[in-house]
Ligand binder design. Structure first.
Ligand code: DQA
Length: 155
């Protein structure tokens, strides 16, 4: 079990769902040209500036994401930024995991899920999220992280 580091003011988990490992080459007109590694590095640097650990995790498997969320509770994670990707529209299991751990989270999507195919309009997460950001590209992660950092600072 990984606990929050001694001098750290807190920890944030950034969760990325299936196919987000392909960012940079995956449908760049929709998802942009930035890679996941670039996005994660930027978020981790922003966290470090405020003494907060940002842990990033990507999986293409639903069970892997569920396990990671469950582990977050015992690790002392204070906030989650989650892009469940395609599981947004299908996963009761991941929704239940987020409800079970009771860690506040913001749902992020790079694309505007309301301006695409009809099946993307429904999210299993929006009603239990603190808020949802979509359509702003990778800036959405920065904005969500900014809110998470504010919340941690105000604890
Ligand atoms: C996504 C939107 C989802 O509909 C899609 O399945 C993804 C990415 C986004 O970030 O825009 O994989 O979550």
């Amino acid at each position: 079990m990984r606990r929050t580091r001694k001098n750290s003011k807190g920890a944030i988990l950034v969760l990325h769902g299936p196919n987000l490992n392909l960012l940079g080459t995956r449908e760049p007109k929709i998802y942009g040209r930035e890679t996941l590694a670039e996005i994660n590095a930027r978020l981790q640097a922003a966290g470090r500036r405020q003494g907060v650990e940002v842990r990033c995790f990507q999986s293409n498997a639903e069970g892997g994401l569920v396990d990671r969320v469950q582990a977050a509770r015992t690790e002392g994670v204070h906030f989650i930024v989650a892009n469940p990707a395609a599981y947004t529209h299908t996963s009761v299991a991941l929704r239940d995991a987020l409800s079970a751990v009771s860690i506040p989270f913001i749902e992020v999507h790079l694309s505007n899920i309301h301006a695409r195919e009809a099946f993307r309009r429904h999210s299993y997460f929006s009603d239990i999220a603190l808020g949802t950001i979509c359509g702003l590209g990778s800036r959405g992660y920065d904005l969500a992280l900014g809110i998470a950092l504010e919340r941690i600072a105000g604890r």
